[in-house]
Write a protein that binds this ligand. Sequence first.
Ligand code: ADP
Ligand code: MG
Length: 322
Amino acid sequence: DSIANKISAGEVVQRPASVVKELLENSIDAGADKITLSVKDAGKELIRIVDNGAGMLREDALLCVERFATSKIIGVEDLDSLKTLGFRGEALASISSVSHFELKTRTAKETLGLRFRYEGGVLAEESGVQGEQGTTMSVRNLFYNVPARRKFLKSNATEFQHIFEVIKSFALAYPEIEWRMYNDDEELFHFRTPEMAERLNFFYGSDFSDSLIELSEENDYLSIRGFLGKPAMQKRKKLDQYFFINRRVIQNRMLSQAVQQAYGELLVERQAPFVLLFLEIDPSRIDVNVHPAKLEVRFDDERSVRNMFYPVIKRAIQLHDF
Ligand code: ADP
Ligand code: MG
């Protein structure tokens, strides 16, 4: 019911950036290879995501804002081999309960799309609509009915920064997706090709990709690829450290510490290095169900991961130490 949704919204949706994250995950899960994010007023007025994914049939579109009405888990054992980013079926129920929410969707099979408008989680309007295959979700006036939360949103600069961090990590994690972003009607970027250098240089500065070591290694158990900052990289304000496991952005102490140790004394003023690493591992060997924000990941055999991970990083750095 809508009270339960409003309460759970407090966990799933902390700020505009959390809405962006949930909606982008859904678009990726729907198989989109073109995703456009538009925000207005740092997401406080509008967050809109247009994707060209599978779309939804009417029944699924009506269900998707219901709590736990996810299509992604059939049995409990599926949690072990999770391939999709979302799996709790809580996000849309939560988001729609604390906003003015609009959903437009069309599958490849239909000729006409559907449009649903919700106010505080209650269906207010349904109509047919022309449109491309895929789904558009618009979230307006987030927390309009939760004044305490609305009041605690930070300045536009801060909220925008959080949103930008989210889409940046997705754009780096999914090079095969054509990403586009608008802020207050102004286009910020449009990545038309899967070139990583273009994205890295856009986000970090024009010749940033020159100061990176690229690596790619795998064994039966683990695959590691991505980029590391060259040890002598000039001191910057703050360097990002991204670890993706099976393409989820994650945090893991062991991985961060292993990287730090591998660089050791080579780091300028012991500053944490730039890291953008993609690890692939059998999903049954990790536990992502640790926290509602799905950030912390545990390995079932941390020692084996470290035993492969550390030397790979160490070797990559030593090869490029000049
Ligand atoms: P979860 O992602 O955990 O399944 P959500 O509340 O985020 O839960 O989404 C509920 C369901 O709505 C999804 O399982 C999916 O079936 C459907 N859905 C959500 N967003 C999209 C989208 N952009 N395209 C197609 N289907 C979607
Ligand atoms: Mg989801």
